[in-house]
Design a protein around this ligand. Structure first.
Ligand code: A2H
Length: 253
């Protein structure tokens, strides 16, 4: 971990009842998958969320009514940042694996899709953020390639028990115009660099850096309340709004 703390926005993606058996004990609570992002302004374009299938997660009680699903490591950081039912202590209501979370229907802030699903991505790290990631395939090369893999490989879906209807109806939503890469910058750069799967780590890291430059400084919002505004200006306005509405919280590590 670096010396300089990283501040993330945690997006509260509500798990839509009825809950599966494994989450049965949480029935009366508001349960959220808590995704860590550096790009809250991209939340309009969510098509799904990501978990690591073999990752370890827990359902932690945050206050009287709310439960967040994330890694224990992230729950402990949150507990020291004032977000835990018992100050600086964890209350884990259920231990879960990423596989348990695949297929959960979610209602996520700002998303155009009313319901999105939790799906597997093999590059999710459990020692960064919360181990839960929002997927925005229009603007994130990692998200684009992981969704492509699921869409184009039935065997890959079958391996993790992913149903067609959790993936196939969800298309890229253009949300930001990039000065060099257009309205679907992640797709454009992945095609230009001939990236073949989510496993091409080095190429994906290069792609990410390349689209980020122009996208953040010169990109323009295409949708939402701040359509037409530069991404750089819209970002903090959107973040503040999410925090005020109680749809997100700040998280540092
Ligand atoms: B970003 P940094 Cl549209 N494992 O959010 C893997 N990736 C993770 C993660 C984890 N445990 N936790 C967060 N992330 C992703 C949106 C986004 C992001 C877009 C474009 C670029 C982008 C939608 N996914 O990140 O290493 C999250 O994806 C490019 C850097 O802490 C988070 O923001 O710098 C980003 O990585 C944090 O990465």
């Amino acid at each position: 971990e670096g010396v300089i703390p990283q501040e993330y926005t945690l997006i509260k993606m509500e798990v839509v009842p009825p809950f599966p058996l494994k989450l049965g004990v949480l029935e009366a609570k508001k349960v959220y998958l808590a995704a860590a992002t550096l790009r809250p302004e991209t939340m309009y374009g969510q098509t799904n969320s990501w978990v690591l299938p073999e990752g370890k997660y827990g359902a932690f009680q945050i206050n009287e009514t709310e439960v967040y699903i994330l890694t224990e490591r992230a729950a402990l950081n949150l507990a020291y940042q004032g977000l835990s039912h018992v100050p600086e202590k964890l209350t884990c209501l259920v231990e879960l694996t990423g596989q348990d979370l695949i297929g959960l229907p979610l209602r996520s802030p700002l998303a155009y899709n009313e319901i999105i699903y939790s799906l597997p991505m093999l590059s999710v790290l459990t020692d960064k953020g919360t181990g839960i990631v929002t997927s925005v395939p229009s603007d994130s090369p990692d998200d684009y390639m992981a969704l492509q893999d699921l869409k184009s490989k039935p065997a890959f879906r079958a391996k993790f028990g992913v149903k067609d209807e959790w993936v196939l109806p969800f298309d890229i939503i253009p949300i930001i115009n990039h000065p060099d890469y257009g309205d679907k910058s992640a797709e454009k750069i992945c095609k230009e660099m001939k990236i073949k799967s989510q496993n091409e780590r080095d190429k994906l890291d290069k792609a990410k850096k390349e689209v980020y430059k122009g996208g953040f400084y010169l990109g323009t919002m295409l949708v939402g309340e701040y359509a037409g505004m530069k991404v750089q200006e819209a970002k903090s306005l959107i973040k503040t709004k999410l925090l005020e509405l109680g749809q997100a919280v700040v998280y540092c590590e």
